[in-house]
Design a protein around this ligand. Sequence first.
Ligand code: NAD
Length: 312
Amino acid sequence: MELRIAIIGTGRIGAALAFKLGFEQYVDELVLADVIPKLASMVKEDIYHGLALHGISIDIFAYEDASKVREADMVIITAGATRKPGISRRDLAEKNFKVVSRIVKALFPHNEDSWFFVITNPVDALSTLVSQLTKSEKVVGTGTCLESARLRAYLSRTLGVPMSSVDAYVGGEHGEQAVPLWSMVSVDGKAIENFLKRQDVANYKEEAEKYIKNISSEIISVQGATMWGSAGAFIEIIRGIALNTGRVMCFSMAHRFEEVPIPIHVTIPAKIGKKLGPTTWDILLEDEKRAIIDAAKAIYETYNRGKRSLDL
Ligand code: NAD
């Protein structure tokens, strides 16, 4: 199987992901687009050099205008403004709703069968927007993928176990209302309560939650952006769709809730593949479900905030 994958926005995340995709066997063509003059074509050159000694031959095309992208199997949207220290993801809504809606309107007529994979923040509100604009069921947001990777890293390090022993999931909103799903966390198949003294459990969970919610601001304040965590984590969702793995992962797809008037992109761990789902909703605890519904309501508010800045 050979895929054409387009990346719109070849800044830090877009370029890191493009490089990683160069090593994926199912990728035949990468199409890069960025509005900064020559940026996509220089990222293209750099990636070719990174692949050359590995003997990897793929075609890479570069454009300054996203509307040049045609018949991609997947369009990855990572274009837009980024968080600065003190600015939340939700605060990017007005700016990035404009950027992403323009991109989707330019691209969709030439890529109607494509998967749309949204990374730009606020990612859950923006993937909801892309679903609304395209009316396609093939829209996925990265959701709390990164939080789930961060929780795995935290558990592995603090419990002193290999990363491969840890299974951990985070649902809800990417950002403030991320919900660690402790009922789905295990180490070598056992609940983490088996690895901690009983009196330490609550404090441990609190510290873990603080870590997954605050570490990106710390990375951004020093490094300017997060890159490798995103590129490494998101590739697993792309692989899931490309190879139809059926692995349960954290990503956001449109879900209906009585409390919200439109289908909202929020994360409930689910099987990823050429079809999305089923989700793990039925095995979650009541308070976990409630927290995910609250997150969906918050995402809807951000969606409305962004939408007000558009002429829809
Ligand atoms: P960056 O500034 O390095 O790159 C963004 C790129 O988008 C820039 O090169 C810019 O020129 C380009 N761009 C802007 N408008 C465009 C358009 N209309 N067409 C094509 N390109 C356009 O930023 P980054 O660090 O790569 O982050 C990108 C986005 O991803 C941000 O919104 C950031 O908050 C988000 N992000 C999301 C997650 C997640 O978990 N979903 C994680 C990290 C970052």
